[in-house]
Structure formats: C-alpha cells, structure tokens
Design a protein around this ligand. Structure first.
Ligand SMILES: NC(=O)c1ccc[n+]([C@@H]2O[C@H](COP(=O)([O-])OP(=O)(O)OC[C@H]3O[C@@H](n4cnc5c(N)ncnc54)[C@H](OP(=O)(O)O)[C@@H]3O)[C@@H](O)[C@H]2O)c1
Length: 305
C-alpha cells in the first residue's frame, strides 16, 4: 500500500444508482476512505454533485469516453482503488481505465459488475462483463469483482397506479419457484465499503446479497404490503421467453429476457452457484452484516414506511 493509512478511492459513475450508493457508504467511513469522483463536465451542475461535495468528495472532471489512457493515468496519480459503476456497454472504455490504473500503480480495480451471477454464455450482457474481468486478469491488474444479485427495486412488480408498462414491472417470469439472490440498492454501497478495504478479497470475486427468494415469494410480499392483487399481470412461461429471444427483440428486451431466463428459469443467480463458480460468500466474510428482509425492502419500494 501507499504510505498513507487511508485508502484513496476514485469512483467513475458516481452519480448513477450504484455509484451513488457506493459514495454514500464510503463517506460514512472517513477514517478509512478518501473519495474522489470522476464526473463529466455536462453533469457538474447536478444536485447530487453538490451533495458529494458536501460529503467531502473531491470532484475530478473527466469522461471515460473522452479521456485518453494517458489523461486517466494522470487523474489516477496516488489513487489506491478505482471503482467503475458506469454501464459497461463499451469494454474499450473500461480497458483503458484499467490499463491507466495499472500504469499509475493503483492497488485494486473494481470493474462495473454489481449484478447477478451467471456463467459464460448465459447472457450477452454478463459475457461483456466477464470479458472485462478476463482483460484485467490477463493484464495482471489487482482486482476485486463484486456481484450483488438482483436489485430488489427491480424484482418487485410495479403498483397498478404506476403509469406505463415497463417490461420488468408488470410481468411475471417462469414458474416463480426458482431462487434468486437479491440486494437492496442502499446496501450495495455498504458491501462495497467492506469489500474494497479487505485484504481477503484481493484478486477474488465476491457475492454480496441480502437474501434469496423466489419470484412467487416476492410477489406475495408485494401483495401483502400494497394490498394489491397482481393476478392480472402477464405471466410469461420459459417457452414464451425463448420464443421472444428467438424472434430477435430490441436490445433492451433481449437484455431483460436474457436476465430473466438466467436468474428465474435457469437458476444461475443463487449464492450456491456463485460460490461454485469461485466467488467468496460476503455473508460468510462479514457475519456481523445485518441483511435487509424482503418485507422491509417491499415497504421501501412501495413507500409504505
Ligand atoms: N444488480 C442489479 O440488478 C443491477 C441493476 C442495475 C444496474 N446494475 C449494474 O450496476 C452497474 C451500474 O449501473 P447503474 O444502473 O447504477 O448505472 P446508472 O444509474 O445508469 O449510472 C451510470 C453512471 O455512469 C456515468 N457515466 C456514463 N457515461 C460516462 C462517461 N463516459 N464517463 C464517466 N461517467 C459516465 C453516469 O454519469 P452522468 O451523471 O454523467 O450521466 C452515471 O454516473 C452496471 O454494471 C449495471 O449492470 C445491476
């Protein structure tokens, strides 16, 4: 480690859902972390950037697409840990960030994972993430890969009062009896804050999660908390999902259906499967972690607190 005792962490994608959860959690540990956030010039005026400044975060102007490897390297001078929480659609951007990190002697990089566990070939989006992991390993860059299961906010059905029909929100996928790991968004940051300062997780994949549940259990709790009956929502069988995927749907539908097939039909996203693929179980690493129960999360999701 560098001569200082605190870890200097630079976050890319800090203003997003996952990134902001991480910033807020790291900011609760000022004795452990100094936080820098790479923020695009076009986003400088967002209220969240002011919130970060108030939390003591140093804002570094930058753009993963526009910056060169060399300019990123300068911005990573003296940084110990780099976390990326952008949407990883173009791996070239992440690759250049991590090569810059290597040249700047960063001690650990965390690429943008934070999703469900799935083996190679289960879904294209995960394959993109796995390719980036492979790039990091091949280039001998110290890393931690963090999986978070399914974000609870996405697992619950939308309330009837929500206008619009987002593909996730009003559809029930599969038998409903397949277990899937989940984490509440606010807890992703809490896990990351524990994991990145832990020497046991260096060059490891870590499975973070609040719990595991079937879709049937999630929808039952949703009904209990909202008082709504969701039986009128569309039910999609495994064959419906396959035939939609065979028809070559648009990018977003393909992404969602592949996710659902992997997690809710194939059952890839369980802690047991993640561990069998080599991940460390975060709840074993951190036995003092108090998980958020599904009903508690449901109350948050539906504003019933
Ligand atoms: N477990 C799950 O169920 C789940 C759910 C959702 C996401 N995820 C994963 O979590 C990760 C982050 O997703 P998210 O939904 O949190 O992302 P998001 O909310 O869309 O945020 C994206 C972030 O990336 C920043 N960004 C975009 N382009 C950039 C660039 N060229 N240079 C620098 N920053 C840039 C955005 O900044 P601006 O403010 O400038 O736009 C924003 O801070 C992804 O890997 C995603 O797959 C997992």
């Amino acid at each position: 480690m560098a001569s200082h005792t605190k870890h200097i962490v630079l976050l890319v994608g800090s203003t997003g859902k996952t990134g902001s959860s991480i910033v807020r959690a790291l900011a609760k540990l000022p004795e452990k972390y100094v936080i820098k956030a790479l923020v695009r010039r076009s986003s400088m005026d967002k209220p969240i950037v002011q919130e970060f400044r108030n939390l003591g975060v140093e804002i570094v102007p930058g753009d993963l697409a526009g910056d060169t490897q060399e300019s990123l390297e300068t911005k990573l001078n003296n940084v110990d840990i780099v976390i990326n929480a952008t949407i990883p659609v173009e791996d070239g951007n992440q690759n250049k960030l991590f090569l810059a990190a290597k040249n700047a002697s960063v001690k650990r990089v965390v690429p943008s994972d934070f999703g469900p566990s799935a083996p190679p070939g289960a879904m294209k989006y995960q394959d993109t993430k796995l390719k980036i992991r492979q790039f990091i390993i091949e280039n001998e860059i110290p890393y931690t890969f963090i999986q978070a299961g399914w974000l609870t906010s996405l697992l619950f059905p939308q309330s009837h009062s929500v206008v619009g029909n987002s593909p996730m929100g009003k559809q029930f996928y599969g038998s409903g009896k397949v277990k899937t790991a989940y984490t509440a968004l606010e807890r992703v940051g809490e896990f990351v804050a524990r994991i990145i300062g832990d020497p046991r997780t260096l060059n490891q994949t870590v499975q973070a999660y609040d719990g595991e549940a079937t879709l049937e259990e999630v929808w039952t709790i949703a009904s209990k908390v909202t008082g709504e009956n969701f039986d009128d929502y569309t039910r999609l069988s495994a064959e419906d999902i396959e035939s939609t995927l065979r028809d070559g749907p648009d990018f977003l539908t393909a992404l969602l259906f592949e996710y659902n097939r992997s997690a809710l039909i194939r059952g890839d996203n369980t802690v047991e499967n993640a561990v069998s693929l080599g991940a460390l179980d975060a709840r074993v690493l951190y036995p003092d972690y108090v998980p958020l129960g599904l009903e508690e999360v449901a109350k948050q999701v539906y504003g019933k607190n």
